[in-house]
Design a protein around this ligand. Structure first.
Ligand SMILES: *Cc1c(COP(=O)(O)O)cnc(C)c1O
Length: 452
């Protein structure tokens, strides 16, 4: 077994290896995204949504820089896996996809969060981006933009079925229809979709929550009837996020909108592990140790002395901290330090002479670094400065002992989504298997220095 994780990456060429080494020169940590995992996860989602019934299209949700994985590479891998739609929250992300050369022949793009008073609806309509309408103000502003551009706006009517976030309520829907109908007649609005979002679909084992989802489905159908009664027939209805895509096939409708499943995770560990759903986490976060030294017993590690060594040991510094998006809440407290709290920090996989071992964040996560108590002598263990350690990855096998973003989420009292979306862009993103997944044209849309 190798002492560093370095040899484990398969490079496509000498250039790929040079790119990797250049990234190591630039920063002591790297996010490596496996584009084959993204493609395969999407293939699987396309497969399960079309197993019974169908045809159901699949939207790869790539908001928030593709949950921190990188917008354009992730979108292209999702398309390679069979997605026909891409979904983003913000207008600028939708425009970035189009500007990267992902045209309407490749994917419909839907965007849903903006300030209707200032949103660039004109640019979005010109770029063939589908728009969510959830307020009367948005309807008016989109209509003005569509007239100015001289092209109908493709809109999806967002309805609030019990999430309590965006969308028309049952009480508001008739006023919305009053505004919409003349715009359809005028030819400035094309009503493409009716959609909504689920609040508790990630808890399929909690009866009360399953009933709440059932209630949301009933209300969704009622909206369809209310639109139908006024002559509006949206062609595409969509409701399912990852949780419902994986666990409620009866509500796949015409389109599903999985986000976190594309990146290889279930929506909540309460649903089981990624492998239960045949998903493979795509992101690895690794770093190179910047210092390894021996310390005596009774030494406080990091700020606040919340972790104090209880024996002579070695301490290794992992040079990423909360300014990189490492949660401070993933800090580790021990009995000797904090007197009463004993809370292990998040796990890190370190390669030793005897194979992989897990150590935990020891003491507080700092701005740019955190410390691992190695519970032994680093020299004897074969742990050295410059070794690559893994914070999380695909979660490979028992012997491999690889933590996942779910493990980090548990340690930081959050969800995997926040673990990856918080990772700052000062940590370089590198892409594995790009040459296997993408054709030459798509490869040309990517920053070549990021390809392994
Ligand atoms: C983020 C988001 C999704 C995807 O949610 P996941 O739980 O990641 O699958 C789907 N629809 C909407 C409206 C969203 O905001």
């Amino acid at each position: 077994m190798s002492v560093s994780a370095l040899e484990e990456w398969q490079f496509s060429s000498e250039q790929g290896e040079r790119n990797y080494n250049q990234a190591l020169r630039e920063y002591p940590a790297q996010v490596i995204v496996d584009l084959a995992a993204l493609r395969d996860n999407m293939r699987h989602l396309v497969d399960i949504t079309n197993r019974e019934g169908g045809p159901t299209e699949v939207m790869g949700v790539v908001k928030a820089d593709a949950y921190g994985h990188g917008l354009v590479p992730s979108a292209l891998a999702a398309l390679a896996g069979g997605a026909t739609w891409l979904g983003v929250a913000q207008a600028r992300e939708a425009l970035a996809l189009r500007n990267a050369g992902i045209g309407v022949d490749r994917a419909r793009v839907l965007t849903w969060v903006n300030n209707p008073l200032h949103a660039p609806y004109d640019d979005l309509i010109a770029a063939d981006v589908d728009l969510s309408v959830a307020t009367l103000t948005a309807i008016q502003k989109i209509a003005e933009a569509a007239r100015a551009v001289g092209k109908p706006a493709r809109v999806h009517i967002k309805v609030d079925t019990g999430f309590g976030r965006n969308g028309f309520t049952l009480a508001q829907i008739d006023s919305a229809i009053d505004l919409l109908l003349p715009l359809v007649d005028e030819g400035v609005f094309e009503i493409v979709g009716q959609w909504s979002h689920l609040a508790v679909a990630d808890a399929p084992a909690v009866g009360e929550f399953v009933e709440k989802t059932d209630e949301q489905i009933r209300v969704f159908e009622e909206f369809t009837s209310r639109l139908h009664a006024r002559g509006i027939e949206p062609r595409i209805r969509h409701l399912a996020n990852t949780a419902a895509t994986l666990s409620r096939p009866e509500i796949h409708y015409d389109l599903v909108r999985p986000g976190v499943a594309l990146y290889g995770y279930e929506a909540d560990p309460a649903m089981g592990t990624p492998s239960k759903y045949e998903l493979r986490p795509a992101m690895t976060l690794q770093a190179q140790l910047s210092s390894v030294k021996n310390v005596g017993a009774g030494e406080g590690l990091s700020y606040g002395r919340v972790y104090v060594t209880d024996e002579p040991t070695s301490a290794a510094i992992v040079p990423v901290g909360y300014a990189d998006g490492i949660h401070r809440s993933a800090s580790g407290f021990n009995e000797a330090g904090s007197k009463h709290v004993n809370k292990p920090g998040a796990p890190v996989r370190v390669m030793t002479r005897d194979g992989a071992r897990i150590f935990h964040v020891s003491g507080r996560v700092c701005m740019d670094q955190f410390i691992l108590d190695l519970h032994g002598d680093a020299e004897n263990m074969g742990v050295h400065i410059g070794d690559t350690v893994e914070l999380f990855g695909p979660g490979r096998g028992e012997d491999y002992l690889e933590p996942t973003a779910d493990d980090w989420a548990r340690a930081a009292d959050t969800i995997s989504y926040e673990i990856f979306t918080c990772l700052r862009n000062r940590v370089p993103r590198l892409y594995a298997n790009a040459f296997e997944v993408l054709d030459e044209t798509d490869l040309g849309k990517l920053d070549q220095s990021t390809l392994l």
